[in-house]
Design a binder for this molecule. Sequence first.
Ligand SMILES: *[C@@H]1O[C@H](CO)[C@@H](O)[C@H](O)[C@H]1NC(C)=O
Ligand SMILES: *[C@@H]1O[C@H](CO)[C@@H](O)[C@H](O)[C@H]1NC(C)=O
Ligand SMILES: *[C@@H]1O[C@H](CO)[C@@H](O)[C@H](O)[C@H]1NC(C)=O
Ligand SMILES: *[C@@H]1O[C@H](CO)[C@@H](O)[C@H](O)[C@H]1NC(C)=O
Ligand SMILES: *[C@@H]1O[C@H](CO)[C@@H](O)[C@H](O)[C@H]1NC(C)=O
Ligand SMILES: *[C@@H]1O[C@H](CO)[C@@H](O)[C@H](O)[C@H]1NC(C)=O
Length: 335
Amino acid sequence: MIIMAPVLLILLGATEILQADLLPDDKISLLPPVNFTIKVTGLAQVLLRWEPNPDQEQRNVNLEYQVKINAPKEDDYETRITESKCVTILHKGFSASVRTILQNDHSLLASSWASAELHAPPGSPGTSVVNLTCTTNTTADNYSHLRPYQVSLHCTWLVGTDAPEDTQYFLYYRYGSWTEECQEYSKDSTGRNIACWFPRTFIHSRGRDWLAVLVNGSSKHSAIKPFDQLFALHAIDQINPPLNVTAEIEGTRLSIQWEKPVSAFPIHCFDYEVKIHNARNGYLQIEKMMTNAFISIIDDLSKYGVQVRAAVSSMCREAGLWSEWSQPIYVGFSR
Ligand SMILES: *[C@@H]1O[C@H](CO)[C@@H](O)[C@H](O)[C@H]1NC(C)=O
Ligand SMILES: *[C@@H]1O[C@H](CO)[C@@H](O)[C@H](O)[C@H]1NC(C)=O
Ligand SMILES: *[C@@H]1O[C@H](CO)[C@@H](O)[C@H](O)[C@H]1NC(C)=O
Ligand SMILES: *[C@@H]1O[C@H](CO)[C@@H](O)[C@H](O)[C@H]1NC(C)=O
Ligand SMILES: *[C@@H]1O[C@H](CO)[C@@H](O)[C@H](O)[C@H]1NC(C)=O
Ligand SMILES: *[C@@H]1O[C@H](CO)[C@@H](O)[C@H](O)[C@H]1NC(C)=O
């Protein structure tokens, strides 16, 4: 890397000279976009916009734009249109650059960069919340045929170590185009909000959008720094345990059956684990499977405890969390 860097610089320098002065007749000189702006359009979401340079000669070529996000997390992509939506945390500020490019199979011509930035929101150090964690779970909504499943959201956090005693925190979430403020807070002993519960949300449990959560606050003594975080639903969704687990013994066959959990995901979307506990010798058998039934051959007169748990399989979404085990049911004899 150390050896590469100067070489790269020389190459870049050469390209720029080529663009500026020594362009062969069939090459076009590229000018940077103008009026580049970054606008906050929602919680943890910005819209980047720019205009083609009015002095740019077109000459029937397909100009594109290269967008580079510099902070809070580097990203780099190309687009043909003059705006771009970005979902990202904003409490550390945001900065991006854009340039005009012309590419063909052999080469990339590029203008200089146009840049813009959003400053980090103000606030005293140590006043923002820390350790923000959120989970979702799903319940059946028997009263709505349009939306048979309701997703609830629960978030907790710790008060900033330097937040004054009179600090009050407020939590908001955004999912897609919906933003809501928390209505049901839990408080610590000094009355500061430290958790929030939304019994119903606009979160789509099978959706792939990021869940954006913001906690800001106010105090008479200092400005409270806001904090925002993005959550992937698969990583925070607490799956319900399987339903209606039954088990029976016929001869040497222990057959176990269950139903899929309460969930917006269809039946083929689940992995299961079955846990069979032999009460006589303490032996535990754990089997992983994708069907809703399991038969175990037993050769032991014993009492068996049976539990099943579920997870959404990677066929339907990125791997996530296992549910709790179902309540144990018992079959067989105890001696
Ligand atoms: C850039 O913004 C200025 C001021 O708002 C405006 O007058 C001008 O027309 C814009 N340029 C382009 C190319 O849109
Ligand atoms: C908060 O998060 C930090 C860093 O992730 C961790 O070291 C700390 O143990 C957490 N504190 C609590 C009380 O969970
Ligand atoms: C969903 O989560 C909330 C809060 O964590 C909890 O009170 C509730 O019992 C959960 N519901 C289900 C169906 O698991
Ligand atoms: C829907 O019905 C089920 C079964 O009757 C019940 O357990 C559940 O609590 C109901 N859910 C709501 C949101 O009323
Ligand atoms: C917190 O953020 C929300 C949503 O952006 C905003 O409406 C509200 O005014 C902010 N509150 C404070 C105290 O900064
Ligand atoms: C569970 O069993 C009950 C009673 O047999 C039945 O009414 C219910 O529909 C079953 N639940 C599912 C999800 O099949």
